[in-house]
Design a protein around this ligand. Structure first.
Ligand SMILES: [Zn+2]
Length: 247
């Protein structure tokens, strides 16, 4: 029975992931995420429901548009699968409740922001503001911990702002705002763990890109995905890390 619930949340994640794909494509292009219905980005033909089944349509159509046969980015598939796996894992870790609802909202917003940052090297303000509002609402709902969340937002964005100033623009202002949002969702301890994990992961990734000469010191690197993975580490491991250090 429990296993069946994991499957249900996995499929729910796939369907939401399919909607997140619409957001990732349309928000940077300033298009409505509701209307018009989905169409092929290459030929503009409107997609039928059979073409929009998460994962399945991509596989059945061989990763190509049903009409013009243009290749569809594998990113769509990745977004759906990541959302499905995440929903299932969050259910496994938290069960259905306040934290589950809070974290599926956080990570759905983060998936959109991270993939837009990867594609466009830009974090859309409207998504960060939406996330910030949701984070503030959740911190009010968890009233006795409100200041914990508030300090999370303050410390998270404060540290990144300091880096922006010291590095003279080596990091974007979007990351500062994003960290305020993450801080409001996670509280100060997990915010510090998020930053710590993202710096280590981002640093290692940049090092690999530099030694394999895929990028030079002058190139920029989208940092939102590392903040997203850092938040994931904090949500899943934060409890154990702080338990270990408080012994
Ligand atoms: Zn097409």
């Amino acid at each position: 029975m429990i296993f069946l619930t994991y499957i249900i949340f996995f499929f729910a994640g796939l369907i939401i992931g399919s909607f997140l794909n619409v957001c990732i494509y349309r928000i940077p292009r300033k298009q409505s995420i509701i209307f018009p219905p989905s169409s092929c980005p290459a030929c503009g033909r409107r997609l039928k429901p059979i073409h929009m089944l998460p994962v399945l349509s991509f596989i059945l159509l061989g990763g190509r548009c049903a009409y013009c046969k243009k290749r569809i980015s594998a990113m769509y598939l990745v977004v759906e699968l990541v959302t499905g796996v995440l929903y299932s894992l969050l259910y496994c870790r938290f069960g259905i409740g306040f934290l589950f609802l809070k974290y599926i909202l956080l990570f759905s917003i983060l998936i959109v922001i991270c993939f837009i940052d990867i594609e466009k090297q830009n974090i859309p303000d409207e998504m960060v503001v939406a996330g910030l509002l949701v984070g503030i609402i959740f911190s009010f709902l968890d009233r006795q911990n409100f200041w914990n969340y508030f300090y999370g937002a303050l410390i998270g964005s404060g540290i990144l702002l300091l880096i922006v100033i010291l590095s003279k623009g080596g990091m974007g202002g979007g990351d500062v705002k994003l960290m305020a949002e993450i801080g409001f969702f996670l509280g100060w301890q997990n915010t510090i763990l998020t930053l710590f994990s993202s710096f280590i992961l981002g640093g290692m990734f940049a090092f690999v890109l530099l030694i394999t000469r895929k990028k030079s010191m002058k190139d920029s690197l989208a940092f939102a995905p590392f903040l997203g993975i850092g938040a994931l580490v904090a949500v899943f491991c934060g409890h154990y890390v702080f338990l270990y250090y408080s012994k």
